[in-house]
Design a protein around this ligand. Sequence first.
Ligand SMILES: *[C@@H]1O[C@H](CO)[C@@H](O)[C@H](O)[C@H]1NC(C)=O
Ligand SMILES: *[C@@H]1O[C@H](CO)[C@@H](O)[C@H](O)[C@H]1NC(C)=O
Ligand SMILES: *[C@@H]1O[C@H](CO)[C@@H](O)[C@H](O)[C@H]1NC(C)=O
Ligand SMILES: *[C@@H]1O[C@H](CO)[C@@H](O)[C@H](O)[C@H]1NC(C)=O
Ligand SMILES: *[C@@H]1O[C@H](CO)[C@@H](O)[C@H](O)[C@H]1NC(C)=O
Length: 268
Amino acid sequence: MVPGSLAGLLAVATLALARTPAGFQPASNVDLIVEYNGVTPLNGVVVPRNTTISRPRIGTLVRLTGTSYAVLMIDLDIPTNTPPATNTLLHWMQTGLTPATTATRINTASGTLNVFLLENSTNTAPIQAYFGPNPPARTPLSHRYTQILVETSDVDPEDITVLRTAAATIVGFNASAVLTTADLEGKVVAGNSFNVTNPGPVNDTAAGGGGGTASTTSGSPTSSPTGGGFTTGTGSGANATPSSAGAIQGSGGLLFGAVAAGAIFLGL
Ligand SMILES: *[C@@H]1O[C@H](CO)[C@@H](O)[C@H](O)[C@H]1NC(C)=O
Ligand SMILES: *[C@@H]1O[C@H](CO)[C@@H](O)[C@H](O)[C@H]1NC(C)=O
Ligand SMILES: *[C@@H]1O[C@H](CO)[C@@H](O)[C@H](O)[C@H]1NC(C)=O
Ligand SMILES: *[C@@H]1O[C@H](CO)[C@@H](O)[C@H](O)[C@H]1NC(C)=O
Ligand SMILES: *[C@@H]1O[C@H](CO)[C@@H](O)[C@H](O)[C@H]1NC(C)=O
C-alpha cells in the first residue's frame, strides 16, 4: 500500500501536466493549466481549432504568492514564404493578473484538478487582446501555441512599456529577447503548449497570400509574412498611445480589430 501510494505521489510530483515545448526559451515545466470551456489542452496535445476561439482561463496548481502576473501566448510555427522556415506570432499578452485565493475545480484528461485561476481583478486591458489559432494550409500544418506566465510583481512601469512596445509587432515576437529587455528574464513561473492542426493538404503556392482575395497587397514579403495590410493594420492600433484606462480599452479594441483582420488576412 504505502510503496504504491508513494510511487503515485512521486509520479504526480515529477510528471508535468503542462510545460513549454522542447527548445523554447524561456522554458518552464511548472504546470500552467489552460482551460477553454471545459477543454484543457496541456503539454503538446492537439486540440480542435474551434475549441480555442475564445480566451481561455489559466491557473496554477500551487497558489502563487506574487501580486501581479502576465500571460503571453505565442504561435511558434507560422509559415513563411521560404518553407520549411517558420516565424513566430504573438496571440495574447495580458498583464495585471492576480492569483485567486481559493481554488477552482477544473476537469482535465488527468482528472479533476484544484486550480488557482489568474484573475483580471484589476480590469487591466490586454496589451494584445487574445485571438485564437487559425493555422493555414501551409507548411507546417500543425502549430505549437505556447503560453507562459510571467511574474510582474515588482516591475517598473518602464518594463511594462517595453512589453507594450514589443507587442506592437506581433510577427517575429521573440519572447526570450523581449522578456530580457523588460528585465523579466527568469520571471517565467509556469508554461504550457498545445497544437492546432490544419487538416491540409498543404498548398505552399499561396505563400505570401494567405487568402486569394488578399494576394495583390500581400505578395511583397519574401522571407517573413510581415508585409501588406497586416503590418499596416497592426501598426495603426499599436501606435495609439493610451493615456487613461478608457483610452487603453479603446486602443485595445482597435488593436484587436486590426490584428483580427490581419490574422484572417494571413490565415493564421
Ligand atoms: C468543434 O467541431 C466539431 C466537429 O468538427 C464538433 O463536434 C464540436 O462540437 C465543435 N466544438 C465547438 C466548441 O464548437
Ligand atoms: C481584463 O479587463 C479588461 C477591462 O475590462 C478587458 O478588456 C480584458 O479583456 C480583461 N482580460 C481578461 C483576461 O479577463
Ligand atoms: C505540433 O507542431 C509541431 C510543429 O509543426 C510539430 O513538430 C509537432 O509534431 C506537432 N505535435 C503534434 C502532437 O502534432
Ligand atoms: C531570440 O532572442 C535571443 C536573445 O534573447 C536569441 O538568442 C535568439 O536567437 C532569438 N531567436 C530568434 C528566432 O531570433
Ligand atoms: C494553391 O494556391 C494557389 C494560390 O491561391 C492556387 O492558385 C492554386 O490553385 C492552389 N493549388 C491547389 C492544388 O489547390
